[in-house]
Design a protein around this ligand. Structure first.
Ligand code: NI
Length: 396
């Protein structure tokens, strides 16, 4: 019987750790650091893990922190991941824990992921006698900015010997107490492209002597929409979005250069290849037809995040069976991206959402919004969710 033990862990989270987890979250929330610059955050996490007498490795894959907790009995090795980077956004909310760093903010909840996982590590560090197996706590830098931290941490061995890996994301579009799961393809592959159109500038009244980079760029915006509407199988999801267009200096001057930037989202690797190939073909064709030069930068970002069926069921059932009142929500796949995808390319596992939307409107802003905030009851629930999974694997 493992359920009474998990129930006791959950009680200890409520009684002894919930306030400390909130305290950690607020501490980090006031001191956000951008992707690849999270020196203080990593040092803070490492110091907390050292206190627990875990085996701690720092600078993993550059900026990550890994803590290993060995149970007293043999068993599987389970990895739990929390990311800890913030975003280049000015915090606009008025709270006691508002960011103290101008232009930088934990606007995605990664501070909460980290605080919750520290709570789990704290509790379990005193439960070694109960644990059959090993826990690997993955504190990951730079989730928000490709190439991200996950790939480098994996290359640095953070998944060595791991049997399964789990990660959470707080979600303000999901009520507190809800846990969102999606088996199989969950989040999209993300790529970014830049097209630099180079024509020949001149007088707006003598267009025949110029190569108009703005006219060519506008044509490209239209043509690129045809990739999804006419080249990709309509049963396969794909997005091509242009987010930035920049060119020109005055109303009566033909612009020599115009810049286009955009993103591509997809799930199927063949669709991903097709979109890139078509984009290159369209740009090359437009260049030839218009006597311009078009330079293409095409950057592959995170792959699609594909949850493993078995581990997703295990996590879902473990949470439903041990957290009274937990509401399990089946989520649709989405076109957002997340570098947890890399862990799942190497090991079986699951990435799921923990509801963080309360009744207070303060918690209703979307992620990456300057007023983003969470209902902090979601923090203890995140810790409990991790503990339910640990209970499944390491107490029998
Ligand atoms: Ni995030």
């Amino acid at each position: 019987m493992t359920e009474p033990l998990i129930a006791r862990w959950h009680e200890e989270i409520e009684d002894k750790l919930a306030d400390r987890i909130i305290g950690w979250r607020r501490y980090l929330h006031q001191r956000p650091e951008l992707s690849f610059e999270e020196k203080q955050t990593a040092a803070f996490i490492a110091a907390e893990l050292e206190k627990l007498e875990l085996e701690v490795r720092t600078n993993v894959g550059g900026g990550g922190v890994v803590g290993v907790l060995r149970g007293s009995h043999p068993g599987p090795t389970i990895a739990l991941r929390a990311d800890f980077d913030a975003l280049p956004i000015q915090d606009e909310k008025q709270t006691a824990y508002t960011s103290t760093v101008p232009g930088v903010m934990h606007a995605c909840g990664h501070d909460g992921h980290t605080a919750s996982l520290l709570g789990v590590a704290t509790l379990l560090s005193e439960q070694r006698e109960q644990l059959h197996g090993t826990l690997v706590f993955l504190f990951q830098h730079a989730e928000e900015k490709p190439p991200g931290g996950a790939q480098a941490m994996i290359a640095d061995g953070c998944l060595d010997g791991v049997d399964a890996v789990f990660g959470i994301h707080l979600a303000t579009d999901l009520p507190v107490g809800h846990f969102g799961f999606c088996s199989g393809s969950f989040m999209a592959a993300v790529d970014a492209f830049t097209l630099r159109v180079e024509g020949r500038g001149g007088h707006a009244a003598r267009p025949h002597e110029t190569v108009d980079s703005i006219a060519i760029a506008c044509g490209l915006v239209g043509q690129l929409q045809q990739i999804v509407s006419r080249r990709v199988n309509p049963l396969q999801p794909a997005v091509v979005s242009i987010g930035k267009i920049q060119g020109g200096t005055a109303f009566n001057v033909i612009a020599e250069k115009t810049l286009l930037e955009g993103t591509v989202r997809s799930f199927d690797p063949e669709v991903r290849d097709l979109v890139e190939q078509e984009l290159r073909t369209i740009a090359d064709g437009a260049a030839r037809a218009s006597h311009a030069a078009i330079h293409i930068d095409y950057l592959r970002g995170y792959p699609a995040l594909v949850n493993h069926d078995k581990e997703t069921s295990i996590a879902r059932d473990a949470i439903a069976g041990t957290i009274p009142g937990a509401v399990i929500t089946e989520l649709d796949r989405r076109m957002g991206a997340e570098d947890f995808a890399y862990y799942l390319q190497h090991k079986p596992g699951s990435f799921f959402q923990v509801g963080a939307r309360g009744t207070d409107e303060r918690t209703h802003y979307p992620h990456h919004h300057p007023r983003f905030d969470i209902d902090e009851r979601a923090l203890a629930l995140s810790a409990k969710a991790f503990l339910s999974i640990v209970g499944h694997y390491l107490t029998r």
